[in-house]
Ligand binder design. Sequence first.
Ligand code: 3EB
Length: 350
Amino acid sequence: MSQLQFDYIPLEELDLWVKAIRQGDRPRQVLGLTLFDGSESSRRHPSETLETRAWPQVALPTLGDARTTWVEVWSVPADIGPVVHGETAGVSHVSSADLVFAWLTKPLMGPDVALELATQHAYDAVFHALAELGYPHPLRFWNYLPDILGANQGEERYRLFNKGRHASFAQHAPAIQNSPPAACALGHPEGLAGPLTVYVIASRQPVQPIENPRQISAYRYPPDYGPRSPTFSRAAVAQLGQEDALFISGTASIVGHETVHVGNVQAQTEETLNNIEAVLNRMALARRGKPWRTTDLRFKAYVRHAADLHAVREVILRRLGPSVSCHYLHAVVCRPDLLVEIEATCATSH
Ligand code: 3EB
């Protein structure tokens, strides 16, 4: 039913674009959006669309020639009924017939903030909102947190984040602890901060998780990576009426559970794409219907060192073709030795 669509729109074109989809031949409405790298640019380009809601804004610098600030916009057809905006216990949400977009931000800086508990409470609130709204099946979580590799109370913050997330899944979603949604978790680069930002797309219907045979499931990582494993699947597929949407989690140069090609950003990018292809191959076996190819997907690449952009992009263009849709962000990946992480998504698009 849903015909979920997503687009990347430069901030300065957002208002006109939203007007255009509302008034098109097949009118659409915004289910959710996230602004990346807004600070400077949103002052230069005030946007009505952004200002009418406290949409998530993530302070990761965009990378690329134009360095445009862009907005990731999720939309659904207008004829499935109007989307409904609301807030439940600090979680903002927009719901449509079969999907909800929900988000929450929590300020985290300051030495006293217990990241583990803050994360747990954030996820508790999200699970509570999803249950109350009737979309109990998260498909895809995006997590952005400041100083992801720093220490908090003597432990690495990403590990604390994992403990908090794990505890919340155990309490609120025990049935999907071993078949969790797709996800990513990225940190702000040095000198930049922001709140913990979590946004999620969830469904009324159960989701099909997919793993990667080249990698140990993240939720089964050995304790070397923290006392609680990261709670995510390599990919998740949602059946939305006649169409399926595919969410491939943040993917990195990990084979088994170990980082490979330490210090070599080209090789890490190649290995990451090998992993994405392995997930697609796995998916072709796991489900009926036409298999997805990399050319069906749109990518978001998180680059650890801005100076590596060209090397990463060269590999992506060579492997995926010159017309690939990939948006680049400067971000800290959650292991110090990972130089790049790439996510991929396929829903209906223009
Ligand atoms: C990895 O494969 C790389 O903690 O939600 C990728 C996707 C990664 C999601 C998360 C972490 C997460 O372990 C890191």
